[in-house]
Design a protein. Structure first.
Length: 365
């Protein structure tokens, strides 16, 4: 059985005007990664890239090398995070536009709408101990639904675009944040048919509780993808109450509160749930998680991840989807290159190609 591995892809590895204004000239995601410091004995920070180095995504050769690595490891395609803030305001769209217009790399892709505001704490660890401030607010003005669809239609029509049941796959990060989300989805489906498409396969990302799964589907989504980090952390913490107490302490007293650490081995043991077996659920797999380069002492940190444990995690996920229709045997890989969150597949100096090889060994055999 071959799983459909779709890797989430962050395009923030190049300088651009807004980041220069907010953080200083030349800021990229590498700025956070490079200055990260270990917060406890044995903490793997900073993380140093190997084969691709501290790359700049404005260079086409880098994007080609990424695609080749992903293809060789059994990844079907990338899900580029797409930042549309309303009224035509976008960030980092130039990287994907170059991919779209150039036809390179010749590697499948889809889009995931990261429909959340950017704040001071979103990207920068130095801001984690200061009052948060919105930098770019996510808005949903009247008539913006149609403008947004027109903006992404050329991507939907590209021959490389990933489809499910013949329809372009589109992920929405925060379904509940969209006013009249059901109406938004219905309008896009109508416009897709008018544009000659078979429709759109909408996937809603669910960050938290299993009880929210059906609520997202009830909005008109075709499927959900489950980010089960909170569920797993709650299980390891022996319940919701203690989880919330620890969370509040860290937010209020980050300098003295205990760090939010979890053994990766225990996380993957508690990561999946029964609902992940449903035809309309596309589970996620994570190589690791460590957001301390962005969040400092407020961050969630998983410890002890290895390629061997990651392989076990993938095998667990495969068991959940093996009975599904081939088109729906989707696993979202979170992520391809989220270096400042510690969830990346690209080679680093400690593990080399270990995580890529683990994925290939499980998926391609």
């Amino acid at each position: 059985m071959r799983a459909r591995i779709i890797a989430m892809y962050l395009p923030q590895y190049h300088p651009f005007k807004e980041n220069d204004e907010w953080w200083g000239k030349g800021f990229t995601e590498w700025t956070n990664v490079g200055k990260a410091k270990p917060l406890f004995k044995g903490h793997y920070q900073p993380r140093v890239p190997a084969d691709l180095g501290y790359y700049d995504l404005r260079m086409p050769i880098v994007r080609e090398q990424q695609a080749e690595m992903a293809r060789n490891a059994g990844v079907e395609g990338f899900m580029y995070w797409h930042y549309w803030f309303g009224n035509g305001k976008t960030l980092m769209s130039n990287i994907f536009q170059e991919v779209l217009e150039s036809g390179r790399p010749n590697f499948p892709f889809c889009l995931g709408w990261a429909n959340h505001s950017w704040s001071r704490r979103t990207w920068n660890s130095d801001a984690a101990l200061r009052k948060d401030v919105d930098l770019m607010k996510q808005e949903y003005p009247k008539g913006d639904c149609e403008k947004h669809f027109d903006a992404v239609l050329p991507a939907f029509k590209d021959k490389r675009y990933i489809t499910v049941d013949g329809k372009p796959l589109f992920v929405i990060y925060a379904p509940f944040d969209i006013p009249d989300c059901a109406g938004y989805i219905a309008k896009w489906r109508e416009m897709a048919l008018e544009a000659g498409l078979k429709g759109i396969h909408f996937v809603g990302l669910v960050q938290g509780w299993e009880k929210d799964y059906h609520k997202v589907l009830d909005l008109g989504f075709d499927a959900i993808t489950t980010g089960n980090l909170w569920n797993a952390q709650t299980a390891v913490n022996h319940g919701y109450l203690w989880q919330m107490i620890k969370h509040k302490l860290r937010q209020k007293f980050p300098r003295i509160a205990p760090l939010d650490k979890y053994p990766y081995k225990k996380i993957i043991k508690n990561f999946f749930c029964e609902s992940d077996k449903q035809e309309t659920t596309y589970p996620q797999i994570i190589p690791n998680w460590d957001r301390s380069p962005r969040g400092g002492r407020r961050a969630v940190i998983y410890t002890g991840s290895t390629p061997k444990l990651f392989a076990q995690h993938i095998k667990q996920a495969i068991e959940l989807i093996k009975h599904k229709q081939p088109e729906h045997r989707i696993l979202f890989l979170r992520s391809w290159n989220e270096w400042a969150e510690g969830n990346y597949m690209e080679p680093d100096l400690r593990f080399g190609h270990g995580y890529l090889d683990a994925l290939k060994d499980v998926i391609c055999k």
